[in-house]
Ligand binder design. Structure first.
Ligand SMILES: [Fe+2]
Ligand SMILES: [Fe+2]
Length: 236
């Protein structure tokens, strides 16, 4: 740890680190390039205290996979099986739940609920296309890079000049997804249930908050681990 250690580097230590940063609202995923110390101080937190919390957090029992050294193809498959599958299941369910809440309670808070429908709809459409681009184009090239490295062969050429190009596009889309999540957080007052909350509103808020946490870890694995590793192979 130095004064230039970034939030992304701290997050890459372990899933426990990710959870601790998440709990403190430290943006390790799209804002991962910020120095860790500065980000803590800006939130009124002591950097040493946050690090201590990470070190002392109880583990989940199962040893964590080290994604910095695992084969790249294993990481892409893990991201698809865990995080893409989650979105493919959850986005339609949450969309329906939100439509129901809008139909039943729309009159209570017309502005915020209409805006939520808009923001969520745009996020869902963008993520559907985004995951397709990763699964059909970018990840297979990254897997080929990993394989070439493991077999001691030169990195194969890519049709888009450099792998950094599609990666930059994916990172821009991650920023846009991160913005949508922040907007949903503002619109729901940090997921505090409104007085009219019925079971559907409760389930919606719970689901959106879980979606946020999952998408943060997902973007972190791509932005902070998968993408830098692929770029490093190309430029070594
Ligand atoms: Fe992804
Ligand atoms: Fe992504």
């Amino acid at each position: 740890m130095t004064t230039t250690t970034t939030l992304a580097e701290v997050a890459a230590l372990s899933l426990t680190a990710v959870r601790t940063l998440e709990r403190h609202g430290l943006d390790y995923c799209c804002g991962g390039k910020q120095p860790f110390d500065e980000a803590c101080l800006a939130k009124g937190l002591k950097p040493e205290a946050v690090l201590q919390e990470i070190e002392q957090a109880p583990g989940t029992g199962a040893p964590e996979r080290n994604w910095q050294t695992a084969p790249l193809g294993e990481l892409t498959k893990y991201i698809v099986a865990t995080h893409h599958e989650y979105l493919k299941l959850e986005l339609p369910v949450l969309g329906k739940r939100l439509e129901k809440v809008h139909a039943v309670h729309g009159a209570r808070d017309p502005e915020a609920l209409s805006r939520m429908v808009e923001v969520f709809g745009a996020l869902r459409d963008e993520m559907d296309l985004h995951m397709h681009k990763e699964e059909a184009i970018l990840f297979p090239f990254i897997e080929r890079y990993g394989l070439a490295e493991a077999q001691g062969r030169p990195i194969p050429p890519v049709p888009f000049g450099s792998i950094a190009h599609p990666i930059a596009m994916m990172e821009r889309e991650h920023v846009s997804a991160g913005d949508a999540l922040s907007q949903l957080r503002v619109l729901t007052h940090d997921y505090q249930l409104p007085p009219y909350a019925c079971d559907t509103v409760r389930a919606l808020y719970k689901g959106l908050e879980a979606l946020e946490a999952d998408l943060h870890v997902h973007i972190h694995l791509e932005n902070n681990i998968l993408f830098p590793r692929a770029i490093a192979l190309e430029t070594r």
